[in-house]
Every structure is written in structure tokens, then in C-alpha cells.
Ligand binder design. Structure first.
Ligand code: ATP
Ligand code: MG
Length: 321
């Protein structure tokens, strides 16, 4: 594991078995993440973002099947872990704030009780007084008043609730956090504040982060790298300044053009016509072929290889690297 990046995912495949078919939700996903990176994973609904996150955390449902060439994290192989090893890594080394996490809070218990449960799940001997002090300190770091500990979930605003969820993910001092659509349900101002805070937290706690979103504007605000996913495949990966400001893949170009804050000058905001392909039978050619406005004949049947242009990678027949 010498000379490995902080996290390496190589050729990750995840599918869900259904009664008569299998949904190939993530196919041959590869990317390297360095310590301190904030990597955005952006893509339309159904493109496999949460599936990938749950795969990294090994929290996939029983009908899911995961395989990979490499999954490594901080010098460890995290592909073939037994339950004990998983317990040591999950939450303590890599943590996740789930999509719609705030709905998972119990309405009948105060925030402290729910957070104490999370603490004692891994360190059963911590007395309540010490836990309360620890949580007050943690809340201070994410701009939450300690009185929130004595409140019920319904008494909190959406932004506060998400901060509670973020505090929960930080309890066991992980090295990496995956934020799955944590700002989606919030108004623009609260979203901006929370994103700023996430950025600050990552620095202050020396974290590495993955931010999952369908909004490329969010990526532009907080991330230094971005992975563009489409229908289970990685189409482009690299530094935000390269991928968003000099996109190479036609899908990324369309995604950027369809965002009001990222368009250039008076360019018209255009949507991307068409919808995601059927993932039970993904095409053998380029997965974006049916919606691509610059497609070539060979794109229909021949899968493009990954072109590597320095630290910018792209999967498109039009780009040679
Ligand atoms: N438990 C499951 N069983 C079968 N198929 C599933 C299951 N969970 C997800 N899928 C399918 O896998 C594909 C990827 O879903 P996933 O939730 O990972 O996408 P996503 O990019 O996170 O979307 P969103 O932006 O809506 O959260 C979709 O086609 C979805 O229907
Ligand atoms: Mg999702």
C-alpha cells in the first residue's frame, strides 16, 4: 500500500438484484482522493451517487453486490474486511451523513439522548456528564448552541437539524466524511452558510470529504475536485477549476450550461433533453450516446476508454489522451 493515495477506488461495480433482473447502478468507477481533498460527486438523480457512498461504507442493502479491483483507504485495503475490521473503520475512520438523514432522528427523544446513543455504540463507558461536555464543545465548533441538546427534533430548523447530523458524523473523530445531499432541502441562504461551515470544518478537523450533490453550483462553492457521474459511470474527474471551467465531456458541458450561476455572459440556460438509460441493460457503447449532441457513429457500440490528461480524466471518444 506504499505510494497509494489517501483513498483509491478502482473499477468499483455495484448492482442490485431484483426478482428477474439486476440494476447495474455503479459500473467500473475509479478515482483517487488525496488527504484534505473535498471531492464533489455530481450527477442526476439515479446516477448511482448514494449507491457508491453506501458501497464505500459497506452499508448496502442485502440485494446489492459489490466488487472492485481496489478499494483502499489510508494505507488499508478496505475491500475485503471482516465485521471486526469494518467496525473499526466505519464511523471511526470514514463517516457519512446520509441523504435525508434528518428524517432518521427519533421525534420522541431529545437530541442529547440520540447523540449519547451514538457515543455509547462505540465507547460504552462514557458517563453522561462527560458526553454532555464533549457534545457542547463539538456543537460550539459547528455553530450550534448547547441548548439544542435539550431540544426535540421538531423544535429545530432544517439548517440546525443538518448541523446536528453533521455533529453526529464527527463524534468518533473520523478522517473522512461523506456528505450525501446535506444541503438539498435547505433554502439558498442556509445552504450557503452550511457549505461555508463544512469547508471550515474540513480544514479545522483535518478531514477529507466527499460531497454528493446534483447541483454543480454546490461543487463550485466548496470542492477542489469533482467527479461527474452519469447513469452509474464516471464521465469526468479532475480539479474543479479544470472540470467546471474547461469541461471536456459533452455531459459536463451541458451540466455547466444548465446552471444559472455558471453560464457565461448571456448564454441561454439549456436543459439536457432525454432521460437516464435503463440500468438493467446499460448500452455497450458510450452511456451518454442517446443524449449527446456531438456523438460519433462509433459511440453507439464502442465504450470510450478513459483518457488521462495530467490530473484531468475524461471518458469520451472525442478526447484523446
Ligand atoms: N435497494 C435498491 N434496489 C434496487 N435498485 C436500487 C436500490 N437502491 C437504488 N437503486 C437503483 O440504483 C440506481 C442508483 O440509485 P442511487 O440512489 O444510488 O442514485 P443517486 O445518484 O443517489 O440519486 P439521487 O440523486 O436521487 O439521490 C437507481 O436506478 C436506483 O433506482
Ligand atoms: Mg442519492
Amino acid at each position: 500500500m506504499l505510494n497509494m493515495p489517501f483513498m483509491r477506488l478502482k473499477k468499483v461495480d455495484i448492482s442490485y438484484k431484483l426478482e428477474n433482473a439486476s440494476v447495474k447502478a455503479v459500473r467500473s468507477f475509479s478515482c483517487d482522493i488525496e488527504k484534505g481533498d473535498i471531492v464533489g460527486i455530481v450527477g442526476e438523480s439515479g446516477s448511482g451517487k448514494s449507491t457508491l457512498a453506501l458501497g464505500i461504507m459497506r452499508l448496502l442493502p442485502p440485494n446489492a453486490l459489490l466488487s472492485a479491483e481496489i478499494m483502499s483507504f489510508d494505507g488499508k485495503n478496505i475491500l475485503n474486511l471482516n465485521q471486526d475490521e469494518l467496525r473499526r473503520i466505519r464511523w471511526k475512520e470514514i463517516s457519512i451523513v446520509f441523504q435525508k438523514a434528518m428524517n432518521a432522528l427519533s421525534p420522541v427523544h431529545k437530541i442529547f439522548t440520540q447523540m449519547y446513543d451514538v457515543i455509547t455504540a462505540h465507547s460504552s463507558d462514557i458517563p453522561k456528564g462527560r458526553a454532555y461536555k464533549m457534545l457542547t464543545e463539538l456543537f460550539g465548533k459547528i455553530n450550534l448552541p448547547s441548548k439544542v441538546l435539550n431540544m426535540y427534533p421538531h423544535e429545530l430548523s432544517g439548517g440546525m437539524m443538518q448541523r446536528v447530523m453533521i455533529a453526529m458524523s464527527l463524534i468518533h473523530n473520523p478522517k473522512m466524511i461523506i456528505f450525501d445531499e446535506v444541503t438539498t432541502a435547505l433554502d439558498v441562504i442556509t445552504q450557503g452558510q452550511l457549505l461555508d461551515e463544512i469547508k471550515r470544518l474540513v480544514k479545522e478537523f483535518g478531514l477529507t470529504a466527499i460531497i454528493i450533490t446534483h447541483d454543480i453550483g454546490v461543487v463550485n462553492e466548496v470542492c477542489n475536485k469533482v467527479a461527474v457521474m452519469y447513469a452509474g459511470e464516471l464521465l469526468e474527474y479532475g480539479r474543479v477549476k479544470d472540470v467546471i471551467f474547461s469541461p471536456l465531456h459533452p455531459y459536463t458541458k451541458a451540466l455547466v450550461k444548465s446552471h444559472p450561476d455558471l453560464r457565461i455572459g448571456n448564454e441561454l440556460i439549456k436543459g439536457i433533453p432525454g432521460s437516464l438509460p435503463d440500468l438493467t441493460y446499460p448500452s455497450k457503447g458510450c452511456i451518454f450516446y442517446p443524449r449527446c449532441d456531438v456523438r460519433l457513429d462509433l459511440c453507439k457500440d464502442v465504450k470510450p476508454k478513459i483518457s488521462v490528461l495530467g490530473d484531468h480524466i475524461v471518458k469520451c471518444h472525442r478526447i484523446q489522451g
